[in-house]
Design a protein around this ligand. Structure first.
Ligand code: HEM
Length: 375
């Protein structure tokens, strides 16, 4: 039978509750306090909030897997980039909901929580495998975690869960794949044009102008002037460390950067020339990674504050130091810090090196004029 001869499939009638399997879904809110004969009013809210989080985590994992699948190839098609940006934007919108859900759970008072809290030991949000999956898929690695966070992998997760997460850690993360993609960016060596030499000159001119402004500022005391001039020298060193591969790699070894040098320069180029049409989608992509990192950090910080409000200095049901542990993971478990660091190395548009005509044309739409191009 040819495809055109196939009989059209008649969709079966399906009802709302059947499609969403509501019987099962709504039967999964079992109060632990009810088992002990004293149902606690707020436990239903506690369960539903966590379940809603896990459902949204599932959607985030799904979107991240789709993005990773595309990036885990030797090329990423332009068309796919639009799709990826759509999925990552969706993650940021979900994160907005995740943050707001804390307002809902905070309608439970610390005293109400005590009605059932002790029944939950040793269960803990730390055991959320999907949350760990998200962290790992984005790029958090075991060695960067706090000692307590690392230790909980062994002491709080089942062997099967540990193996699942270990296998995920062995795969390239979105950070690794983004770095590989950035390294493949073709525009950094364009014919005779040595972009980074031009950039270095532009930086030196900008710093010289800053030095003059400080030197001539009548409002500054001599002490303050010396301090500001020293800050310019520090900035100069910082620019040098971004440009010189050896110095950059030393800082990378020390954990200050995670992208490779080539990847970092490509990300910087994209941010500097994001007004060029070809750079816009890559710029949106990098910005979304930064936003996802920022949103998770906001959530962690908000969750840590809520925990302080709920527990004060009490330890968590999972056995951590509670608020203190969570404040540490808020600081430590960041992924795309390099993208935040890029702002240090941006120059005003007016100081940017002009691109050669052929390069500017290659970055533009076919018939677009190029106001910054040098003839
Ligand atoms: C009354 C509300 C809550 C309290 C008092 C609370 C308390 C805590 C505490 C103390 C920890 C540290 C580990 C431990 O010792 O147990 C923790 C970790 C965690 N909680 Fe909550 N939590 C609450 C609500 C939530 C909600 C609604 C979620 C959403 C899924 C959540 C997700 C997590 C996650 C993912 C971690 C691990 C974070 C990490 O290791 O960095 N928690 N929670």
């Amino acid at each position: 039978m040819t495809p055109s001869q196939k009989t059209p499939r008649v969709p079966r009638p399906i009802q709302y509750s059947e499609y969403l399997q509501l019987d099962q879904l709504l039967a999964t809110q079992t109060l632990e306090s009810a088992r002990y004969g004293k149902p606690a009013h707020d436990e239903l809210l506690f369960i539903i909030t966590h379940q809603a989080y896990e459902l949204w985590f599932k959607q985030i994992v799904f979107e991240l897997e789709s993005v990773v699948d595309i990036f885990d190839n030797s090329t990423v098609e332009d068309r796919e980039m639009g799709q990826i940006i759509g999925w990552l934007t969706r993650i940021t919108k979900i994160q907005t909901i995740l943050l707001q859900q804390i307002d809902v759970i905070e309608t439970m008072t610390p005293l109400d929580f005590l009605d059932f809290r002790d029944l939950l030991v040793p269960a803990s949000g730390f055991q959320s495998i999907q949350f760990k999956q998200i962290e790992i898929m984005l790029g958090i690695r075991r060695e960067q975690r706090t000692p307590a966070d690392r230790d909980f992998f062994h002491s709080r997760l089942s062997e099967a869960e540990q193996s699942q997460l270990l296998a995920l850690e062995a795969r390239p993360s979105l950070l690794d794949l983004t770095d590989a993609w950035l390294q493949r960016m073709p525009f950094l060596n364009f014919g005779q044009f040595e972009f980074w030499r031009e950039y270095e000159t532009a930086v030196e001119l900008m710093l010289e102008s800053d030095r003059n402004i400080i030197a001539l500022n009548p409002a500054l005391s001599e002490e303050h002037r010396a301090w500001q001039l020293a800050a310019i020298e520090t900035a100069k060193q910082r620019f040098a460390s971004a440009l010189e591969e050896e110095r950059y790699n030393e800082l990378r070894q020390a954990g200050e950067f995670r992208l490779t040098h080539q990847g970092f320069l490509a990300a910087l180029f994209i941010n500097l020339y994001r007004d060029e049409p070809m750079m816009y989608l890559p710029y949106r992509y990098l910005t979304l990674l930064l936003e996802i990192d920022q949103n998770f950090t906001n959530w962690r910080s908000r969750h840590a504050l809520m925990v302080q409000r709920m527990l004060g200095r009490k330890i968590g049901t999972g056995g951590s130091s509670g608020h203190e542990y969570l404040s540490q993971t808020t600081e430590k478990n960041r992924v795309f810090l390099d993208l935040f660091a890029l702002s240090t190395f941006l120059l005003p548009r007016s100081a940017l090196p002009s691109l050669p005509v052929e390069l500017s044309r290659a970055l533009g739409f076919h018939f677009a004029g190029n106001s910054r191009a040098t003839e």
